[in-house]
Ligand binder design. Structure first.
Ligand code: C2E
Ligand code: CA
Ligand code: CA
Length: 652
């Protein structure tokens, strides 16, 4: 054996690793079979493994020459190639391999194996004499002509056009061989369709979310990257389901999944043809609005999404869930011109939307950042504040409209921040709600109010509850513990809740409200008239008190309809046997109108501002008390006259 000669053994296997698994298996078999009998020169061994052997087994034609067959080849005992007695077996390997193989000279096909014919969809006998350029086309990164110039083992992707016109991605490589002074070329072609399909499937899996089928974070980033690279003007919107954790906690994870899928579907329905919605994880979605160039266009998308999410979602269990979302948007290039910048800005807007309450959509504005920093700082301080005793309850009087006497106090939380001074609840309650600290803070408020309740000359105290506190599964039991520990009398305490508690989870809210009533508390519906304000809540829930929101009271002298609305709330509440409290009473005119309209209690700066317990008001200023008494008298009088007239009419 001369130096260039190798004996086919496992060495021949090493080039196979880059082949399709089936091809490699076939080639391995071929090697095993052939190694016993054949020794082939490096000229013939051209790195394709299976192809090397198959080459030896091909019956091939060289145009203008006599037909060659392997048998003839054997008989002639060609120099360098020593084939054993079973050359025919080796010839059979040509058709046994999974790869398509062809031999061409200067691009004109000399011969091929059945696999080539199959791939092309043409009979083998028709192939000799055709140009390889008739069925091979340039690949994604190289052209056919160039591939034919390489004489090494490099693999290139080309396109093979089958007789039916199908464009098949193939992997090709070739090598020149010299036979009897004649230079020809052997090419090996591997069908890449299966691999491409598998790659496509894997890529899809890697770039899409399993639950919704939407693009995932990676694909979202890729799409945004493509747009920013092009210098496109577009918008992104971050979308987050409000209080999604509650859906999971209350209705279970399957319900959570259903809500996510439904949200995904509704989002998709709102998109334009080039827009993209991705699920970033959990209850977070991101949208690319390719044709949005203005704040107003993001706002419009936000409104449409909020409207679509206002439709209840019906679960398989039959339960109904309302899944609001918060939306934060940012424009490219106005707010940022790269992925991180855009997502960061939209996230800031989203954070603000969350703070403003559920179901809000906001577009990024410069300056939003500092507000967030401030909130972060507050959040960090809140933890220590409870321990350090920086909180205090102020009391604001609630006044009986008929007698002008203080009958109750609303407990309003104040934070004495060591650096910032007195921080109003409007600033830190939303922060505590967002961070979950509200539960501990709320427990402190309840305990403090319970401790105060016995020492208020028989007056009741009302406590504000955050919806988050109310929804906490341990709320009722902790409340019972606090009552026991403080010895407070529940009939002296009123708990103020807002409508959002009822909307979030109707069934549970009814249950908790029932428990609270059972324990002996009064329950008030706070801020009535804001938010959803469905009058149907009033008949369905066992409220003792309705607190008419300040916005109606302050509009009494301004907007005509305010008087009508206030009168109807009072009539409705009275009809249901509920106590009506008007909040934010600042002028004597408001107080007199409300008294005359039948309001039971008044609360507002006119009657007394919130003050520390030791400085709390115990009586209303005499001038105001006198006017209220006068109005109450007159109202009673006119009522008596009216009822007297009615009696007379009935008597007649
Ligand atoms: P709210 O429950 O509606 O409380 C009434 C708010 O209106 C109080 O603001 C009170 O100071 C203010 N107010 C009372 N009368 C007048 C008036 O005549 N004119 C005007 N302009 N305002 C008046 P405050 O104390 O800043 O509390 C704001 C909100 O913070 C409260 O609104 C309540 O939602 C929340 N909050 C206060 N304390 C607590 C608490 O202990 N726990 C929880 N969860 N929330 C609290
Ligand atoms: Ca309140
Ligand atoms: Ca209120």
């Amino acid at each position: 054996m001369r130096a260039g000669c190798i004996h086919i053994g496992w060495f021949a296997l090493s080039p196979l690793v880059c082949l399709e698994p089936q091809a490699a298996a076939a080639a391995t078999n071929a090697v095993v079979m052939a190694s016993a009998t054949a020794t082939i020169t490096t000229d013939l061994y051209w790195g394709l493994g299976a192809g090397a052997l198959v080459f030896a087994g091909l019956s091939w034609l060289i145009p203008g020459r006599k037909a060659w067959s392997l048998a003839a080849f054997h008989r002639k005992k060609v120099k360098n190639v020593v084939v054993g007695d079973d050359g025919e077996r080796v010839a059979a390997l040509a058709s046994a391999t999974f790869e398509a193989i062809m031999i061409h000279r200067d691009g004109i096909v000399v011969d091929g194996n059945p696999q080539l014919a199959k791939l092309l969809g043409r009979p083998l006998k028709d192939l000799p004499g055709t140009s390889i350029f008739d069925f091979l086309q340039n690949g994604p990164s190289i052209d056919v002509a160039t591939v034919t110039t390489f004489n090494d083992d490099t693999i290139h992707e080309l396109v093979l056009v089958a007789s039916d016109g199908e464009r098949i991605p193939v992997q090709a490589r070739g090598r020149d061989i010299v036979y009897r002074g004649e230079r020809v070329r052997v090419g090996c072609i591997v069908d890449l369709r299966d691999r491409k399909e598998a790659e496509q499937r894997i890529r899809h899996l890697a770039q899409h979310d399993f639950l919704t089928g939407l693009p995932n974070r990676a694909l979202f980033a890729e799409r945004v990257g493509e747009l920013t690279e092009r210098g496109a003007s577009f918008a992104i919107a971050m979308v987050d389901i409000d209080r999604f954790k509650d859906v999971n906690d209350i209705h279970g994870h399957q319900a959570g999944d259903a809500v996510i899928r439904e949200t995904a579907a509704r989002l998709q329905r709102l998109l334009g043809p080039d827009d993209v919605v991705a699920r970033l994880g959990g209850d977070e979605f991101a949208v690319i609005l390719t044709s949005a160039h203005l704040n107003a266009q993001i706002e419009d998308f936000g409104h449409r999404l909020l409207r679509s999410m206002a439709e209840p979602i019906e679960l398989v269990s039959g339960d109904i869930v309302l899944a609001d979302v918060s939306i934060g948007g940012a424009l490219c290039p106005e707010h940022a011109d790269d992925l991180d910048g855009l997502v960061g800005r939209a996230d800031i807007a989203l954070f603000h939307a969350k703070q403003e309450g559920r179901g809000t959509s906001l577009v990024f504005k410069p300056g939003m950042n500092e507000l967030i920093e401030k909130r972060r700082a507050l959040e960090a301080d809140l933890d220590l504040a409870i321990l350090r005793g920086e909180f205090e309850l102020y009391l604001q009087p609630r006044v009986d409209a008929a007698t002008a006497e203080i009958v109750a106090y609303e407990a309003l939380l104040r934070w004495h921040h060591p650096q910032r001074g007195l921080v109003p609840p409007g600033e830190f309650i939303p922060v505590a709600e967002a961070s979950g600290q509200i539960v501990a803070l709320g427990e402190w408020v309840i305990a403090e109010a319970c401790r105060l309740s016995g020492g208020l000359e028989g007056r009741r105290i009302s406590i504000n509850l955050s919806p988050l506190q109310f929804r906490n599964s341990r709320f009722v039991s902790r409340l019972a513990e606090t009552l026991k520990a403080t010895g407070a009398e529940p009939s002296q305490i009123e708990l103020e809740i807002t409508e959002s508690v009822l909307i979030d989870d109707d069934k549970r809210a009814l249950q908790v409200l029932g428990d609270l009533k059972q324990m002996g508390f009064d329950v008030a519906l706070d801020d009535f008239g804001t938010g959803y304000s469905s009058l149907s809540y009033l008949s369905r829930y066992p409220f003792d008190t309705i607190k008419i929101d300040r916005s109606f009271v302050s509009n009494l002298g301004v907007v005509d309809s305010a008087q009508v609305i206030v009168r109807s709330i009072i009539a409705l509440g009275n009809g249901l046997g509920m106590r009506i409290v008007a909040e934010g009473v600042e002028t004597i005119e408001e107080a007199l109108f409300l008294t005359q309209a039948g309001c039971d209690e008044l609360q507002g700066y006119l009657l007394g501002r919130p003050a520390p317990v030791s400085e709390r008001l115990t009586e209303v200023r005499p001038a105001i008390a006198m006017q209220l008494n006068g109005m109450a008298e007159a109202t009673r009088g006119s009522k008596n006259v009216r009822s007297g007239q009615m009696q007379e009419r009935e008597a007649v």
